[in-house]
Design a protein around this ligand. Structure first.
Ligand code: ZN
Ligand code: ZN
Length: 175
């Protein structure tokens, strides 16, 4: 079975192989908690032959929604990045040597010369999804007592409660 989005590396001669893929990803496959929705990712770029392998340079764009880790509201998120990778056929011994010699490069080892690009894009997406997403830098989050969204309205418990982090700081200062 031919993978849906694949680059036939062995057909590359002197000219770089250009590509433009639209890659669908499902939330289930990505399995990242803060990700609420995701558009198909677009991967545009080219691959050319280099010594011992291939050089890929590409631009990856996608958008989606993330859940803010403070106020739990979904917000729009877009990612647009350019990256390059050196592709080498997987060979356990060579891999060790290459990683020592070419530490500065992003190397990617493939098993099949019919290179499936989805895993490459997926890895970038995984890296781009923040661990603690914030809808905005100054997001005030939810009131720890009544749960209201403090970005939307002040609740009554706010005025007489002190952020526990500040309380800890004040205690430290008193010592
Ligand atoms: Zn927020
Ligand atoms: Zn409250």
């Amino acid at each position: 079975m031919k993978p849906a989005a694949a680059l036939s590396l062995e057909t590359i001669t002197d000219d770089p192989l250009r590509f433009d893929f639209e890659l669908p990803f499902t939330l289930e496959a990505l399995d990242r908690e803060p990700l609420v929705s995701i558009s198909p990712a677009r991967l545009v770029g080219e691959v050319s032959r280099v010594e011992g392998g291939y050089a890929l340079s590409a631009r990856l764009t996608w958008s989606g929604q993330l859940e803010c880790s403070r106020c739990l509201a979904p917000y729009d998120f877009a990612n647009d990045e350019e990256f390059s990778l050196l592709l080498y056929p997987r060979a356990p011994v060579a891999e060790k040597e290459l990683s020592l010699e070419r530490d500065d490069f992003d190397a990617y080892f493939y098993d099949d010369a019919m290179l499936s690009v989805s895993p490459i894009a997926e890895e970038r997406i995984q890296m781009a999804v923040p661990m603690k997403p914030l809808c905005r830098e100054e997001c005030r989050g939810l009131c720890p007592q009544c749960g209201s969204d403090l970005n939307v309205s002040e609740c009554n418990c706010v005025s007489d409660s002190v952020d526990p982090r500040w309380r800890a700081l004040r205690l430290l200062k008193k010592e």
